[in-house]
Design a protein around this ligand. Structure first.
Ligand SMILES: C[S@@+](CC[C@H](N)C(=O)[O-])C[C@H]1O[C@@H](n2cnc3c(N)ncnc32)[C@H](O)[C@@H]1O
Length: 240
């Protein structure tokens, strides 16, 4: 034990003194991907038996998103009222679906986005991708409100006066690790048993999956998977 500890300490010290980051840095991205892909694959195989799951599906199919929403709406959410929080709205495709399909007058819908696109690069998508040119989605329903700006700027104020109406339904569609982790950690205090969190890009190992993993481990919140579609890209959890 003592010898092992000494060896670890010495290895770290010499790694830094010899600046071995210069040797390993070119491979760090690939090693990070491999590490998180390993964790994601392990997680998937431990969570195959869900009430709703199409894995393995032969191809990427974005169209499955609406079937996935309809399943959750019918089996996990019901008639409402609900409080819907969407992080990453862009033109509002998913936002509009929920406004149209949750008709209770007491429901409230909040959409958060810069509306000027991604704040940082996300894989092949560069910062600024998905911008609507600051235009808000054309939603006229009085129950809906948009919060334009970085989540890091708009969410703290929103949460100080937050009041829920029924079950909370959270749509995580910000793509980025940083944005997803920021939102999950910020909303942790308002989560209650039975609330639902959906991820739109859960099958991306170093972004939404990594944020989910770190959040659940650090906050010791159990999110139980209840539905997955499009090979776990769309995955929903219930708060326990
Ligand atoms: C994939 S798009 C959302 C798509 C949308 N849900 C739909 O159904 O069409 C991702 C969005 O997340 C937003 N986003 C990512 N990180 C953000 C942050 N930190 N603050 C505000 N918006 C952010 C981007 O501006 C982008 O519009």
């Amino acid at each position: 034990m003592q010898t092992r500890l000494l060896l670890i300490r010495k290895t770290k010290l010499w790694f830094v003194r010899l600046q071995l980051h210069r040797v390993f840095k070119p491979f760090a991205g690939a090693m990070d991907q491999l590490l998180h892909l390993t964790r994601l694959s392990e997680w998937v195989h431990a969570n195959r038996k869900l009430p709703y799951n199409d894995f393995p599906h032969p191809r990427w199919d974005y169209g499955k998103r609406l079937e996935f929403y309809a399943h959750l709406n019918a089996h996990a959410i019901g008639e409402g009222p609900i409080t819907y929080l969407e992080f990453g709205v862009a033109q509002g495709h998913s936002f509009k679906w929920w406004v149209a399909n949750q008709k209770a007058s007491g429901s409230r819908f909040h959409g958060f986005d810069t509306f000027t696109g991604l704040p940082e690069d996300w894989g092949v998508f560069k910062a600024g991708a998905m911008s609507t040119g600051s235009k808000l989605p054309d939603v006229t329903d009085d129950r809906a409100t948009f919060h334009a700006g970085l989540f890091q700027d708009t969410l703290p104020g929103f949460l100080t006066t937050f009041q829920r109406s029924g079950k909370l339904l959270v749509q995580m569609d910000a793509d980025l690790y940083t944005s997803t982790l920021y939102v999950l950690t910020s909303i942790a205090p308002i989560l209650r048993k039975g609330d639902i969190i959906m991820f739109d890009e859960f099958f991306v190992p170093t972004h939404e999956f990594k944020a989910f993993r770190e959040f659940t481990a650090s906050y010791r919140i159990n999110l139980r998977p209840i539905a997955a579609a499009n090979n776990y890209y769309f995955t929903a959890f219930v708060v326990e």
